[in-house]
Design a protein around this ligand. Structure first.
Ligand code: PHE
Length: 508
């Protein structure tokens, strides 16, 4: 018991100072003793030092030798007692242990205690021997050590002994040593104030090193931590967050407004999850009934650009089906939201009567019917950005991307011409990945096509940059995850989620 142990330590110390814990309290566990000593030391009643040393202890075979003598000694003894020479079989029988007999015979020969006699038999050569192995083991048993390191190493190899670390305490009286542990007050009570007992009471000192209790609070998922960093980058660059709380979109917003033709492979069942119930959306509806005409016009404009072209475009020249446009889908990109936001921008008027420049971003889930593997799930988080302004150029887009990615610690971008139905030109953005030792695609971008923007009612000289990337890729790189299933889904280790510290992108 801790209480008893406390007085035992104090009593022992009053008789002998200093004390060695392994001698005074050989059976007390290290942790129990340390708890008592810490308590006494915090009151300066004792002082202690922790000592660490190695000691050697006998293993079963070593104990056996200590009791019965070394293998070689036992072989010699057998031969010494025998009247004549003994064969190997007879030695074994006399010793009573094949292994001891076999091993001892070799050693005894080497020591010249025994020698070969006629007929392949053995005989003792000396009258007396000194069993050094046994003597050395006895010393080890008594002192727990041996000065001859070579012998120790040899015994260890023969598994006669093992060497183990022993922790002990050297305990001394402290300046406030006493035989009794005075009760320490932990609170100043009303009663102590009233009676004046506080004047003589001993107060327990504060322990500023104590750790608080583990709170097991909720933890943010790594993806959300990286999202937080991305949001800050966007906010710091003057972006406004788009409302993305709608996983289901109509084909109109997800595809048609973006001039993805209705026969485009991305629209077929391979890549898009279609909603089965209800199957169809209403035609685009304005939040404010006064604006409905504008939405109807927009719907009509989109049809015309697809079917016959408008705003300088010759169109795709195929019969555009309203029903296909109204099919409900799980959004395949957040660009559906960007379009809706740009369409609303067309209605806004700046000081010059034209729509003002705007910067929008969003980070939210999108869904694609892809085969699931180590780096793909059927859903991911898309980081999406849009900049609308007058006089924007392709060079400006590349410069912006360079600045944007630099804020995430990604430099040395490479741009590759690409194709999106809704942007021209389009650029895929690559960066050199040191870990993979190759260029990896980190984003897709472009300048929205005029027939897309003008159909919304935006002026012809307004240019819009757009880009998208996944949140998962930088998160996996950041946290060193190679399988996306360790990051998302039912196989995620909750400890991993809880343990991970807040993320800091290596910003410049
Ligand atoms: N929607 C594109 C994607 O899913 C990203 C993008 C957005 C590209 C806007 C250009 C403009 O990858």
């Amino acid at each position: 018991m801790a209480g008893d142990l406390t007085s035992q330590v104090l009593n022992a110390l009053s008789k002998a100072d200093p004390l060695l814990s392994t001698e005074a309290f050989p059976d007390v566990s290290f942790a129990d003793l340390k708890a008592v000593l810490d308590r006494l030391a915090s009151r300066s009643m004792v002082e202690y030092k922790q000592l660490e040393r190695e000691e050697a202890v006998l293993l079963p075979e070593g104990e056996q030798i200590l009791q019965n003598g070394s293998h070689e000694a036992r072989v010699w003894e057998a031969l010494n007692k025998a009247m004549g020479a003994l064969s190997v079989q007879e030695i074994k029988a006399a010793v009573g242990d094949d292994k001891v007999a076999g091993f001892g015979q070799g050693k005894a020969m080497k020591a010249k205690w025994i020698g070969k006699a006629e007929g392949g038999k053995f005989t003792a050569l000396v009258d007396s021997i000194t069993d050094t192995t046994r003597d050395q083991l006895r010393t080890i048993h008594e002192t727990r050590t041996l000065s001859d390191a070579k012998v120790i190493a040899d015994f260890k190899k023969r598994t006669l002994i093992k060497v183990q670390k022993v922790l002990s305490f050297k305990i001394q009286k402290g300046p406030k040593f006493a035989l009794e542990l005075v009760k320490e007050e932990t609170d100043l009570t009303e009663e102590m104030l009233a009676t004046g007992s506080w004047k003589t009471a001993t107060f327990k000192p504060y322990n500023f090193n104590a750790l608080g209790a583990d709170q097991h609070a909720g933890a943010l998922h790594p993806l959300m931590k990286v999202r937080h960093e991305f949001r800050n980058i966007f906010f710091e660059m003057g972006f406004e967050e788009m409302p993305t709380s709608r996983f289901v979109e109509s084909g109109f917003w997800n595809f048609d407004t973006l001039f993805v033709p209705q026969q485009h492979p991305a629209r077929d069942l391979q890549d898009t999850f279609y909603i089965s119930d209800p199957k169809l959306a209403d035609k685009p509806r304005a939040e404010d009934a006064d604006d409905q005409k504008d939405y109807d016009t927009y719907f009509e404009n989109v049809r015309q650009v697809h079917e016959s072209g408008k705003y300088g475009s010759i169109g795709y020249r195929y019969p555009w089906a309203e029903e296909e446009s109204l099919r409900l889908v799980l959004r395949t990109h957040t660009t559906a939201i960007s379009t809706a936001m740009l369409h609303k921008l067309a209605d806004k008027k700046g000081p010059d009567g034209k729509p003002p420049p705007a910067r929008y971003f969003s980070i939210d889930r999108v869904f694609r019917n892809e085969s699931v593997d180590a780096t793909h799930l059927a859903e991911f988080h898309q980081v999406e950005g849009v900049i609308a302004d007058y006089g924007l150029t392709l060079g400006g887009l590349m410069e912006f991307m360079t600045i944007f990615f630099k804020k995430m610690g990604i430099e040395d971008l490479r741009f590759k011409p690409a194709y999106n139905p809704y942007t021209e030109p389009s650029l895929e953005i690559f960066s050199f990945h040191k870990g993979l030792n190759k260029l990896v695609e980190i984003g897709n971008s472009g300048m929205f096509r005029p027939e897309m923007l003008e159909a919304m009612g935006l002026p012809g000289d307004l240019r819009v940059y757009g880009w998208g990337l996944s949140l998962e890729r930088p998160t996996m790189i950041k946290y060193g995850i190679s399988n996306i299933r360790e990051l998302l889904g039912h196989k995620v280790d909750l400890n991993f989620i809880e343990r991970n510290p807040a993320v800091r992108l290596e910003k410049n």
